[in-house]
Design a protein around this ligand. Sequence first.
Ligand SMILES: NC(=O)c1ccc[n+]([C@@H]2O[C@H](COP(=O)([O-])OP(=O)(O)OC[C@H]3O[C@@H](n4cnc5c(N)ncnc54)[C@H](OP(=O)(O)O)[C@@H]3O)[C@@H](O)[C@H]2O)c1
Length: 238
Amino acid sequence: MNAVFENKKVIVVGGSSGIGLATAQLLANSKAAVTVTGRNADKLNQVQQATGIQTQVVDSADRQALDVFFKQTGPIDHLVISVSGSKGMGNFAELSLHDLRAGFEGKFWPQLHTIQAALPYMKEGGSITLITAISSIAQKPGTSGLAAINGALELMVPILAQELKPIRINAVSPGVVDTPWWNFAPELAKQEAFQQLTGNIPAGRVARAEEIADAIVFTLGNSYMTGTVIHCDGGFSC
Ligand SMILES: NC(=O)c1ccc[n+]([C@@H]2O[C@H](COP(=O)([O-])OP(=O)(O)OC[C@H]3O[C@@H](n4cnc5c(N)ncnc54)[C@H](OP(=O)(O)O)[C@@H]3O)[C@@H](O)[C@H]2O)c1
């Protein structure tokens, strides 16, 4: 793995916590030159101090900020996009469409803006990896809104693979992962949700961010992998 990533420039967009941060750490351990982005400067400073990974405040909902960032960054080998908000979950009859719109604003549009802004700087043979979610195919009550957001992104992947070649593009679709994404819920409610959502799946538990990061790094390193959505969900979608 070291040979694949040594001195490769990798940008992890939304890398100050959770899956993005675990991915950045894995890649930094493999000697990649990693920069992570996020909106919160304090969180990014903590990451930089704790890991030595380079950080930059960039809001992926702000296209102008993205354009400036990628121009400054220059040529990129690999791009990982791990941004999202936590809105859009709930049974449809009660689901606030305002919240669902916020869910799209927090994930769908920032991911697309990031791809477009980065494209002029992607090296031939480089890769883009989106982080989607297993809600796109799981067909579980309460996830229709999340399915819409993530399904929309996943449907684009094989088409973009053809349009963007020789740049590769894939998505990694996680199941339930114990990350700060769930911080909207009090601890007890979160643990109950984890148990309810994953107690009966084959893995029998939520994922650690590092387990998803491992799948993400695979999509970067495998030069024949493009147009693919990889499910890393502990059997959630079975
Ligand atoms: N955790 C799960 O159970 C789960 C399951 C399936 C899929 N996913 C997906 O996995 C991806 C990563 O989520 P996670 O669980 O790792 O959540 P997380 O710990 O909350 O990480 C999200 C990261 O994105 C950043 N971010 C959010 N909006 C941003 C924006 N507009 N511009 C720049 N950075 C932004 C956050 O930092 P700031 O807030 O400081 O900007 C943070 O670094 C998301 O796409 C999520 O939908 C998660």
